[in-house]
Design a protein around this ligand. Structure first.
Ligand SMILES: Cc1cc2nc3c(=O)[nH]c(=O)nc-3n(C[C@H](O)[C@H](O)[C@H](O)COP(=O)(O)OP(=O)(O)OC[C@H]3O[C@@H](n4cnc5c(N)ncnc54)[C@H](O)[C@@H]3O)c2cc1C
Length: 463
């Protein structure tokens, strides 16, 4: 791509003349929801800027279900009729790919150019004024510009996830009669989510909070290459296999569960928190572009909040960029009165925030993201501590000698009977099973865990 060399680089400038905009190029690496939303807002707020989006995949890869907090997440967004309409019609639970395709359509309507290219270095963008890295948790921009330096990088919990399907309607166990006494048998805390029935099948997901040692033994069971109970039993540590077997047998006997044969898919997951040490690379010498990170590229927390956080940061970044390139009134034609009011309010707050940061909007953005990441990381750690306490309670409950509500040792031996060698007759066979068709379907346990694939932790270990 050929670009003219920008004649002027503005750092923290408020007074930019209209014709200079022709030479200002902003590149975004994205395609993900956060990058698209950032681009859309910048285009609405500063339509004169030359924006280009780079995305490596023609089809967005993520399909899991997201929970959006519409009231807080989209507060103060520019009041543009197309954007307002899109936000108003978004459900609060939406598939990532659906959100992305709606945003992509809007970006195209706003005439934001999108180039499909995998960016591996930034050499060709030497003439850009700004690069925005919205390229997700494995961010290339973070690697190239920020050297992948992390302020926080930690694994909060290790989780083994088992997904399977049952015929008909899924039922929970009676808590007092069965679940409590079963849980006490286990070394690990178990959480179960029953999805919605569709075509006479119900997806069920269980999560086991395991120790690091067990996780390491199960590390090869990834989302891309899961273990299946009927083929990988020999690779599963005994304790874990016993836990899964007992649970499934209790569900079969006491919740009348009829599992779809060979549907039990097992993966290992590390719940991570991370925060890039810097999210703005500020070029004081005006020789090169400024770089900002947004979305998962900037920071990530488990427990369902990442996208919501990314969207809030995208709003902040877009308004800081508006201030950075000039105080022109926002192009917020149409929209509704209430949204305009919220937008004007956030704009005022943002202006005050930038003034407090020596009138340097990108510094204000950086401060905002750091504060937000710190808060979110604290919330995630508290939740991890709560789960740790639940784990301890479970271990104590399972080991005290005066237990009344418990399985007898004969019951336990019976429940440990291996599912595929001894219990085959009671499992209904279905060769049509296609695990991909129900993956993440109605999976609102993502409220509990924002699952980051285990290869992410490998990636960080290598960095
Ligand atoms: C199972 C699961 C459930 C979740 N549930 C929730 C939830 O309920 N609520 C919530 O708020 N969050 C949730 N999250 C987190 C949420 O999905 C992410 O925070 C969100 O997708 C991040 O958006 P993003 O745009 O920052 O990054 P991504 O969605 O990762 O998009 C980055 C984009 O950049 C592109 N890209 C990357 N590298 C390059 C390159 N070198 N060149 C060109 N393009 C590149 C990628 O192709 C991709 O399209 C969940 C995550 C998972 C895995």
């Amino acid at each position: 791509m050929e670009e003219e060399c920008p004649q002027i680089v503005i750092i923290g400038g408020n007074q930019i003349k209209q014709n200079y905009f022709n030479n200002i190029h902003i590149y975004l690496y994205l395609g993900g929801p956060v990058g698209l939303l950032t681009a859309i807002q910048i285009k609405i707020l500063v339509p004169q800027l030359n924006l280009v989006i780079y995305e490596k995949h023609v089809e967005y890869q993520r399909k899991h279900v997201l929970r959006l907090n519409k009231v807080t997440t989209f507060f103060g967004f520019p009041s543009h009729p197309l954007l307002t309409n899109l936000i108003d019609n978004l459900p609060s639970v939406v598939r990532t790919s659906v959100l992305e395709s709606q945003l992509l359509e809007l970006a195209k309507k706003l005439r934001i150019p999108i180039k499909y290219e995998n960016i591996i270095n930034l050499d060709k963008f030497i003439n850009a004024h700004m690069i925005i890295g919205a390229d997700g948790s494995h961010s290339t921009v973070r690697q190239l510009v920020f050297n992948n330096k992390m302020k926080v990088q930690d694994i909060l919990k290790y989780v083994i996830e088992i997904k399977y399907e049952v015929y008909g309607h899924g039922e929970k166990l009676d808590f007092i009669k069965y679940q409590y006494r079963t849980q006490k048998q286990f070394k690990y805390v178990i959480q179960e989510h029953i999805g919605s029935e569709k075509d006479n099948r119900t997806p069920i997901t269980i999560h086991l909070l395991v120790d690091q040692h067990t996780y390491e033994q199960m590390k090869l069971a990834t989302f891309k290459q899961p273990y299946y109970l009927h083929t990988h039993q020999h690779l599963i540590p005994n304790d874990l296999l016993d836990t899964i077997t007992i649970w499934l047998n209790v569900k079969k006997e006491y919740a009348d569960e009829k599992r779809v044969e060979h549907s039990e898919r097992i993966t290992s997951v590390a719940l991570m928190i991370y925060q890039s040490a810097e999210v703005v690379h500020y070029q004081q010498d005006k020789q090169q572009y400024n770089t900002c990170l947004v979305g998962d590229a900037a920071f990530g927390v488990p427990f369902f909040r990442s996208l919501n956080n990314g969207i809030i940061c995208s709003r902040k970044l877009a308004s800081c960029i508006q201030l950075y390139y000039g105080n022109e009134p926002a192009q917020t034609e149409g929209g509704n009165f209430l949204n305009s009011l919220k937008f004007e309010w956030t704009k005022l707050v943002n202006q005050a925030h930038c003034l407090l940061n020596s009138n340097e909007p990108l510094k204000a953005y950086s401060q905002f993201v750091h504060l937000m990441a710190t808060k979110e990381i604290m919330i995630a750690q508290n939740k991890a501590n709560f789960l740790f306490a639940a784990d301890m309670m479970n271990k104590i409950n399972g080991s005290v000698p005066w237990q009344l509500n418990k399985w007898s040792s004969e019951d336990v031996d019976h429940l440990k009977e291996t599912i595929y060698s001894n219990n085959q007759s009671s499992i209904t066979t279905d060769n049509q099973m296609d695990s991909n068709t129900w993956e993440d379907e109605d999976y609102d346990l993502v409220q509990e865990f924002d699952i980051i694939e285990s290869d992410l932790s490998n990636n960080f270990q290598q960095d």
